[in-house]
Design a protein around this ligand. Structure first.
Ligand SMILES: *[C@@H]1O[C@H](CO)[C@@H](O)[C@H](O)[C@H]1NC(C)=O
Ligand SMILES: *[C@@H]1O[C@H](CO)[C@@H](O)[C@H](O)[C@H]1NC(C)=O
Ligand SMILES: *[C@@H]1O[C@H](CO)[C@@H](O)[C@H](O)[C@H]1NC(C)=O
Ligand SMILES: *[C@@H]1O[C@H](CO)[C@@H](O)[C@H](O)[C@H]1NC(C)=O
Ligand SMILES: *[C@@H]1O[C@H](CO)[C@@H](O)[C@H](O)[C@H]1NC(C)=O
Ligand SMILES: *[C@@H]1O[C@H](CO)[C@@H](O)[C@H](O)[C@H]1NC(C)=O
Ligand SMILES: *[C@@H]1O[C@H](CO)[C@@H](O)[C@H](O)[C@H]1NC(C)=O
Ligand SMILES: *[C@@H]1O[C@H](CO)[C@@H](O)[C@H](O)[C@H]1NC(C)=O
Ligand SMILES: *[C@@H]1O[C@H](CO)[C@@H](O)[C@H](O)[C@H]1NC(C)=O
Ligand SMILES: *[C@@H]1O[C@H](CO)[C@@H](O)[C@H](O)[C@H]1NC(C)=O
Ligand SMILES: *[C@@H]1O[C@H](CO)[C@@H](O)[C@H](O)[C@H]1NC(C)=O
Length: 460
């Protein structure tokens, strides 16, 4: 697992660190100073190192960046992940075009390259490993960054690293898992920001299957990943969604910590934390959390709530019933739920909303977002449009911001301390048929029909 080869494997890690630190203190690659297998590039503050390594039991050689002072020196980026070198003759150098290039001695064919096209960079670029873990290729003359490893992530994000789309270059940064612990090759789990939506969410895919989503952006963090969806002393999350980019990133709020987020080959995302001198890394939590976290577990208009091993976790949202009671009774909720009395009875005839408490709000990809509307205005907007199926607040306190759903409600789950969903139901469901003829806002006091709902659906 260590960068250096041969006898260095036998040395204790501390001594090894000392030796490496002593022998190689360079943080740049220039045309006259390439690095060879066995050399290590160390960032100025010694946070990160770059060099050749073999993962797990593999003997293949890869160029990678790893945490340097942190415990276990985890690899955070790999250059030639799908194109390993089978011996120790690898050289990482700057070529005459100014590209950073990996090749093996006595062979011209590059194994990996930054592959940028420049007009006048002949002999005039250098690469530098920064203390952020970013490897940058810089044009000497202007100091312009021509390429950076942060734009081509492997399976890990670090603080200040963006995921998502740069619209000016069409560059979309996504994470993809390793194939296995022994093979950093492109695996089949990916983690990306859905950049098509006015309410972008992070999606985890297992192959082509949408496996998990982060929940909507609540103004501070991703609503489906408590407790980090609320202000905390460790991280500050951010999102940018405008004409030039749709991206998300995070920063550490404490100076002395190391952290990273990794998507692994089993389809799990984990956030790790450590400090200098710690024995290892501490997992701050992983996603998916449990089987209710699997995307669309209970189908359209369903709701997932883990109770105990004997109870089926799926129920229908208020006003809905299983599309196929037979499938439902065999604990298959994939066909979801439908309105009890059909769509016809629903609109402008005494309908209103039922509050479903403490849920991760449904997939907001096709929801409408109005950052400025209050919850009351949100309700009004939803009520006025017959195709509005539900609404909810953007932030957990429901102070400002409005999400409205016009199609199916997918992937709603109970998540304590999270948000409330207000689902449109007909007059009958509101339990107000005796008041028929009375319009609109009188239905608010009737938001407490939830307990009834529960009793009914628990019988499935
Ligand atoms: C190593 O890879 C090269 C091509 O990249 C190949 O020609 C050579 O046979 C391989 N050597 C071994 C020992 O597999
Ligand atoms: C770099 O220099 C070589 C040799 O002078 C020249 O053939 C080549 O066109 C140059 N490349 C660029 C991108 O300017
Ligand atoms: C680039 O530098 C190398 C060695 O320093 C030199 O041999 C080569 O002629 C230079 N190429 C250009 C285009 O300046
Ligand atoms: C480019 O800049 C680096 C770092 O400042 C320097 O070491 C290198 O010699 C420069 N390359 C050329 C061709 O001037
Ligand atoms: C976003 O839109 C593009 C182009 O229409 C499509 O290829 C891509 O799958 C969409 N992404 C998501 C996450 O829906
Ligand atoms: C993921 O990769 C593994 C091994 O490479 C393969 O067995 C599995 O079928 C893949 N899964 C999907 C969903 O592509
Ligand atoms: C978090 O970031 C936002 C903007 O990105 C900034 O306004 C805010 O002050 C930061 N919070 C902390 C605690 O650093
Ligand atoms: C988008 O946001 C980024 C980051 O805040 C900013 O640099 C950029 O200028 C914005 N673009 C537009 C078109 O507002
Ligand atoms: C599971 O939960 C249901 C409803 O809360 C309850 O009726 C049932 O007794 C529980 N079963 C067990 C084994 O705890
Ligand atoms: C669940 O039902 C669907 C049809 O709605 C069917 O395609 C699927 O195979 C069923 N799943 C299981 C596990 O039986
Ligand atoms: C209701 O909302 C949908 C989706 O935003 C929109 O297409 C439709 O025109 C709206 N209908 C009315 C009557 O406003």
């Amino acid at each position: 697992m260590y960068f250096a080869k041969g006898f260095l494997f036998l040395l204790p890690q501390t001594l090894l660190l000392f030796l490496l630190q002593f022998v190689f203190s360079q943080d740049t690659i220039t045309i006259s100073k390439p690095i060879r297998d066995g050399d290590v590039l160390v960032s100025k503050g010694e946070n990160f190192a770059l060099g050749f390594f073999s993962p797990g039991v593999s003997t293949n050689r890869y160029v990678g960046i790893r945490y340097y002072r942190a415990p276990e020196q985890p690899v955070v980026w790999v250059a030639n992940r799908d194109n390993p070198i089978n011996d120790t003759s690898g050289v990482l150098s700057i070529d005459f075009q100014g590209n950073l290039l990996l090749h093996v001695e006595d062979r011209n064919q590059p194994i990996w390259s930054t592959n940028i096209v420049t007009q006048s960079s002949n002999n005039s670029t250098h690469a530098q490993l920064l203390d952020s873990g970013n490897l940058i290729l810089v044009l000497n003359k202007t100091s312009e960054v021509l390429w950076q490893s942060f734009d081509y992530p492997t399976d890990t994000t670090l603080p200040n690293m963006k995921l998502g789309l740069d619209r000016t270059t069409s560059l979309n940064r996504i994470l993809t898992s390793w194939k296995s612990k022994d093979d950093p090759g492109t695996g089949n789990c990916s983690y990306l920001l859905n950049t098509n939506s006015s309410s972008p969410e992070l999606f985890l895919y297992k192959g082509s299957i949408l496996w998990w989503r982060s929940g909507h952006w609540n103004g501070f963090g991703w609503s489906g990943v408590p407790p980090l969806s609320h202000p905390n002393y460790l991280f500050n999350f951010s999102i940018v969604n405008n004409q030039t980019e749709t991206t998300t990133s995070w920063v550490e709020l404490l100076p002395e910590i190391f952290s990273r987020l990794v998507v692994d080959e089993s389809g799990s995302i984990q956030r790790f934390l450590s400090r200098e001198g710690d024995q290892g890394w501490f997992s701050l939590g992983s996603a998916p959390l449990d089987r209710c976290d699997n995307y669309g577990k209970c189908g359209a208009f369903g709701k997932c709530q883990l109770q105990n091993d004997t109870e089926f976790e799926c129920t229908c949202l208020p006003g809905f019933q299983p599309r196929s009671p037979r499938e439902w009774s065999s604990r298959n909720a994939s066909s979801g739920c439908v309105r009890k009395r059909g769509q016809a009875s629903i609109c402008k005839s005494g309908d209103g909303f039922v509050k479903v408490e403490n849920v991760k709000l449904p997939d907001s990809s096709f929801a409408r977002v109005d950052e400025k509307l209050s919850l009351k205005e949100c309700e009004q907007q939803c009520l006025e449009n017959c195709s509005c199926a539900a609404y909810g607040g953007v932030d957990a306190k429901e102070e400002v911001g409005c999400l409205r759903w016009y199609g199916e409600l997918i992937d709603t789950r109970v998540l304590n301390g999270d948000q409330n969903l207000y689902v449109r139901v007909d007059a009958l469901e509101l339990g107000t048929q005796q008041f028929s003829g009375i319009s609109g806002n009188f239905f608010l006091p009737c938001l407490h029909t939830m307990s009834k709902e529960k009793i009914f659906y628990n019988s499935y």
